[in-house]
Ligand binder design. Sequence first.
Ligand code: MCN
Ligand code: SMO
Length: 745
Amino acid sequence: MAFLRSPHAHARIGRVDLASARAMPGVVTCVTAADLRDTVRPLRAASRMTGYHATDLLPLAADKVRYQGEPVVAVVAESRYVAEDAVDAIAVEWSPLPPVPDARAAMAAESPLVHEEFGTNVILTRAFRHGDVDPALAGAALVVRERFRFRRHAALPIENRAALAAWNADGLTLWSSTQVPGMVRDALAESLAVPGHRIRVVAPDVGGGFGLKSSVYAEEIAVAALARRVGRPVKWIGDRREDLLASTQAWDEEIDATLALDGHGTIRGLRASVLADVGAYSIVPWTASIEVIQVISFLPGPYRVPAYLGEGAGVATNKAPMGPYRGVGRPVATFVMESLLDRAARRLGLDPREIRRRNFITEFPWRSPSGIVWDSGSFAETLDEAARLADWDGVRAAQSLRGDATRRLGVGVASYVELTGIGSAIPASPGADIATGTEGATVRVDPTGTVTASFGLACHGQGHETTLAQVVADTLGARLDDVRVVHGDTSAGPIGTGTYASRSAVLGGGAAILASRSVREKALAIAAHQLEADARDIELQESAAWVRGAPDRRVSLREIARSAYLGARRLPKGLEPGLEATRYYDPFFGTASSATHIAVVEVDLALGAVTVLRHVVVEDCGRVINPRIVEGQTIGGVAQGIGGALLEELVYDDQAQLATGSLMDYLPPTAWEIPPIVVRHLDRPSPSTIGGFKGVGEGGTIGAPAAIANAVSDALGSLGVEIAELPVTPDRIFRLLASRAPRTG
Ligand code: MCN
Ligand code: SMO
């Protein structure tokens, strides 16, 4: 399958002439929205947010297009080559409409509308209020104010999105490069009107996702609908251009923020107004709110903020829809709060570390101004350890020694707290019934004594095959080699949604512990029966059980499992045969992960170039299941954070045309830009989750941009430059310096 995608950001679709495309040898079918109207129902993401307008998710645009790259015609052919040629042979009569390229301008009364029927481009608003912020600001010794800008980014998995649909007498199998097979299954059941048990969604090993693959996409529905229509399997493999144009984009916000403090640097209040450019549609299932809600939820950070007002608005523009990308809103929130704190520290003559220490939350549980419960946190500890590892004082000494006029050294800190392993008490969006708060695990010991642990998760590089196997092996008492983890297949495991929101260790691991405990208890009962001992006296470890104190009275897990399935005479009286359990886990609120990042940078004033010399992360992700995996997660996250801080930006022009549609223009970091990254784990078990785990998959990306921005501001502080916009590209640094430099010659 190949798509004819809109060349316009905003246009009415007139007559579509498919005749020559259909006549080409090798073309199986060409369809428009009209051809699918009777067989595909639109999907809508529900929410009770104020002023929220849902939009339809359909496989192809009907009537008008709202962003460049939106799919309009689907062509199925014998090969991708033929399909692409057929796309070129299609003639569409477009009536271009005035585009909406800018969120602030889109709020003006005279702006063209992305969705006329809403009568506005503001498609949602949300606010968090805590205490009385006005008097806090009015009576403060110091008020720092800034308009911050975080530019639009792409999650950019190296592997583009892809989907393959095949129908047979049993129904549909969809192989998709998705993080959320459970959600896609439910969505397809609704959109194609097919019973859920006739749909199997498989997410094989297809590389990275980074949040970009955690929504339901038009192309997934299109391949499924077209495969049903033509009675043959249909495959779509997206290319890089399609990925940059038509996958969800992220982190596009403008934030007006004001922080009020007393003379000692103690925070009195914080006010922020966040304008998010959410693009053309409200995505399924997250809605268009996912970024903006996270920004205003997490702005107060790991600090005591007695009065807070955070207001956010999501504004529709003619760009690809905004969706989740590693960190979701928190890279932005952390950038804003940490930048404000450094500005305050500079005005007060305080060390950046000291102003943080004075404001860190120290009592737990703590209810944040946006209603999140922080169950724990190691804020000061991560800060002190990171400063030590980064040799903060050494950098300061070097700064004062250096006489180099063109290259400046800077050090920057960012501390954050994030909610991970989110349970059912915190809905993804108000009133939305997406089952993000629960997850299941099935643990089965077969008669050969090996263990299969299956999950509704869909891991895509996080190493669950290792870490979840460790959890099951440890809890059950099996050898690690005897445990196989199965995930990413809606027909092979318990009900679940998938892998996102740094939830798998907490929710999947929690469910795995519960299921493994049930299996272990039964295995102990069977072993006790066979060894003629009391179950309380049985040890079960490394796939063998023995009577405590009498190690030669033993049976293997294999013998226990055989008995479990042979039944009657091998089992204690009344015990049900079988050796497996399915359990679900809901951590209710979730748990607080925290970290401090410190970046040391050098800024070349002549080139405007920033080099990150070293980057240190000290994190508290609870009990660490696997230190190497956590280290890898953190390093990968920091790499994406460095890209976000220095290089990566999706640029749209004033016609809402994407100017960065290839990797020649959109610049992810390479090994060249990534310095040695030092990671330390504190390993402080969560008090509120089974197993004590806290999530860690996004943290690297949350802390890095803020730390780097603060390091650049530190390097350029004596020149009067403070960073308020990311990415801080050479061009931006050049302009900042030029606007402050005295004119010569
Ligand atoms: N882990 C651990 N000890 C802990 C916590 C976690 O050993 N205390 C391990 C886990 O068992 C898991 C890994 O660390 O193997 C990440 O765990 P977790 O924080 O639960 O996050 P998820 O597994 O739910 O992964 C989602 C997260 C998100 S939201 C994005 S975005 C992201 C990320 O993971 N996308 C990634 N990391 C990625 N890594 C790769 N390679 N590719 C992506 O697309
Ligand atoms: S952005 Mo991660 O998939 O929650």
